[in-house]
Design a protein around this ligand. Structure first.
Ligand code: ZN
Length: 173
């Protein structure tokens, strides 16, 4: 397995709509393995393919994040939100593409998602709690939406400026 480079905001690739996956190939299975490895190593609880510069509709996540929890890696191909609860919840969200910045985002508290599994079967499951927030955050990535897009413009611009500065410093080495 290979740990991939995670794109940092601002990057035009993080603003693009990703293409549906046409078929579950060995290459796609390898990509899913690499993405899980990259996510665990970061460490994070979710990662979308565009964050590793692959413009396809694929996300991985594992929100069983307590140290003693059994890992629950999930791979969702072409995921779609098919139902959302009226009840909403607020989480302090972060993103591996926007490290060290966190902000409260309000989203539906529960969602039902359908997707294609690595076994080629269509799945459908209801998510709540942190899983619900995570799956919505990751599916947003497939549509070029970041969690900071939900913030007020001033706050979003402040984070973007700090990220531009961080990227300049990193480029200088
Ligand atoms: Zn993210």
């Amino acid at each position: 397995m290979t740990v991939k480079n995670i794109l940092l905001h601002p990057d035009p690739r993080l603003k693009k709509v990703a293409t549906p996956v046409a078929s579950v190939s060995d290459e796609l299975r390898r990509l899913a393995d690499d993405m899980l490895e990259t996510m665990y190593q970061a460490p994070g609880i979710g990662l979308a393919a565009p964050q590793v510069a692959v413009m396809e509709r694929l996300i991985v996540m594992d929100c069983a994040k307590d140290d003693d929890a059994t890992p629950e890696p999930m791979v969702l191909i072409n995921p779609e939100v098919v139902w959302t609860s009226e009840e909403r919840s607020v989480y302090d969200e972060g993103c591996l593409s926007i490290p060290e910045h966190y902000a409260e985002v309000e989203r539906p508290a529960e969602v039902e998602v359908s997707w294609l599994g690595l076994d080629g079967q269509v799945k459908r499951e209801r998510f709540d709690g942190l899983w619900a927030t995570c799956v919505q955050h990751e599916i947003d990535h497939l549509d070029g939406t970041l969690f900071i897009d939900y913030l007020k413009p001033l706050k979003r611009q402040m984070i973007t400026r700090k990220m531009q500065k961080l990227k300049r410093e990193m480029a200088r080495g």
